[in-house]
Design a protein around this ligand. Sequence first.
Ligand code: IVH
Length: 748
Amino acid sequence: MPDTSQQRHAVLAKEILRHDQAYYVEAQPAVSDQEYDRLYRELLALEAVHPELRTPDSPSQRVGGEPIDGFETIRHTVPMMSLDNTYSQEEVREFVDRVQKLLPGELLEWFVEPKADGIAIGLRFEYGLFTSGITRGDGIAGDDVTANLRTVRSIPLRLNELGQADTPEVLEVRGEVVMTRSGFEKLNHERADAGEPLFANPRNATAGSLKQLDSALVAKRPLDIVLYGSGEIVGGPAIDSQSDLLDVLGQVGFRTPQNTWRCSSVDEVLDAIDELDRVRGGFDYDTDGAVIKLNSFSQRERIGATAKAPRWAMAYKYAPEQAQTRLNAITVQVGRTGTLTPVAELEPVFLDGSTISRATLHNEEEIARKDIRVGDTVIIEKRGDVIPGLIGVVKEERPAGAEPFEMQSATGSRCPECDGEIRKDESFVAWRCINTQCPAQAAQRLEHFAARTALDIECLGDIVSDKLVERGLASEPLDLFSLSVEQLGPLNLGTDDEPRVFGEKNATKLVESLALARGMGLDRWLFALAIPEMGRTTASSLAKFHDNLQAVAGSPLLCEVIALDEKVAETVRINPRSRKNRPNSDIDKAGRERLYTSLVSEIRDSLGRLESLCFAKITKENGDHPPNYTTEVGPSVARSVLDWFASETGCATLECLAKLGIDPQGGRPSGGGVFAGKRFVITGTLPTMSRDEAKEKIEANGGKTTGSISNKTDYLLAGEQAGLKLAKAKSLGVTILDEVKFLKRIGE
Ligand code: IVH
């Protein structure tokens, strides 16, 4: 590579980073958008020719990279604790008194900061280079979301050098990732236009964005960071207080909160809290309180922390905001599983930083309980990450003639999405659309089919599923097998005005994973087909006992479970010794006794057969009454499975699978396996398997998994970041297997 290319790249990178800082950190753009784009395009062109210039701190790394399969869990070098919080000013006084008692006679300086309402993260810089970003997780370990955080423009990829002092060898800064309010409104508008579900608030949108596996998508989300603390620090300038910390963070290139207060008495603290409440509505990010902390780090160290929170800080939370507005209409939304949810359409009202025009009403009973009627003046409230809730009605302002809400009259007893029949099951409060062809449900089935624990189809999430249904490309999972890369590549996931194509690369991945799915086992397929009541465990046990789908469809075992259940029900009904059934005459009694005895003996025979096949187990003998028992699959699931296979959908599915040449295979019960009867606990992150996959393998080899270690545990399957469980297993002498040893044992 010519030196000049390298030099030019360095000049461009520096220039772009300087402009990023001016724009995103200092809010004072130094060049026009066109000039910025020109520099950026030149940088990309150079990197295209010389890929080695694409270093982790190059501005090109802001646009995100390849999608990943999942996040790694990483341990925090210094645990990320939480804060004690209160809504009461009196408790703030008590807190200040408490700290003063712990530091008798010392002068205390308090630092009051906004409490940002986002997602806590730690950012690690090594020798100035941004190396990792981890979510709080459980405080001990969190998700590695580095790739996603690289796209946040206000996070420097390399720290500015400090004038006098050296750049720290390690600097971990902590803060909240937030979504700007303005960006959030825009994002939700775009989602509404694209028919995508809206985020309830900026915090949820932030959490959703950080969880994205595709950082290129995150790059398009208006994320920002608000810093407030530090984790591990090695080397660099002396940082002795919160004010020092924020100064240094400002110097190395972060934006630091503008509104902070240094206070020397509790009254000043309370004034600062009030003032913050007055100004925070103007911030471009959500806040839900003030954090009061000791400024001095040495004083902090001396008073330390309780098990969960530091003694030197406290969060004061502002009371959630409420607003009153008019309920213009109640519309009905169809959820992905067919559930009908009433939604309040409100006269738009500004509440806690954003405009609210909808609120969920949960279900018909909830509306009746709160007596909510169209035309009412209603009180809405936003609290934390809860979707704005409608908490009550101002009855005095109810207009004459306002009618109570009824789902049936509101919908004309038809599904608003597909005009299909709606029904309300006895045991549920919700109405459901029972049309299996309903587009809202079709999309849900595609997504389920693709889930990791089902057939693990890549690039088929909720948005793609919705679009495939909407564009008429697929309404049933098996339709996917007739789609080609050419058909899928141009699929528009965005809107007509702002198209976002699925792309050939993603389409290829999808098609390739479908090809892999063809060879997956019967258990995965049984689960993937979205058969009512078929969970992962049922699918696994059915797959153990049946060779293929046809065998499940006509399963003698399932028929026997149902027959058994019916016989037991019959014995209850006719039991001559039960007070309720007492027969009227002796003849009647003798007949019943005979019938009863013969039913009990049929039940025993049947159970004997099922027991010898390991499909049932008698749990309690009851003399000459039917014994208590359990079966691998219960009668209600058995009915649901057989019904589905006999239904039009089930028959069509089997026929279609046969045409596609797909014939998933099950395995006979081995009754043995290398881990027969052994108890496993799984902990930590396994290098190549998910926990579900490990569990499956354990069960396929005769073992069982449980949640916690005891002296009954035989093996601990331990991945990376195995914490307490590993220590406990060692102390109890439990055999510890890593993934490699485990796979070796099962011959994989
Ligand atoms: S100090 C040892 N300062 O609020 C924990 N936290 O409810 C020190 N938060 O876990 C945290 N703004 O995620 C601190 N200015 C601020 C904050 C802040 C938001 C978050 C943080 C914390 C949570 C507690």
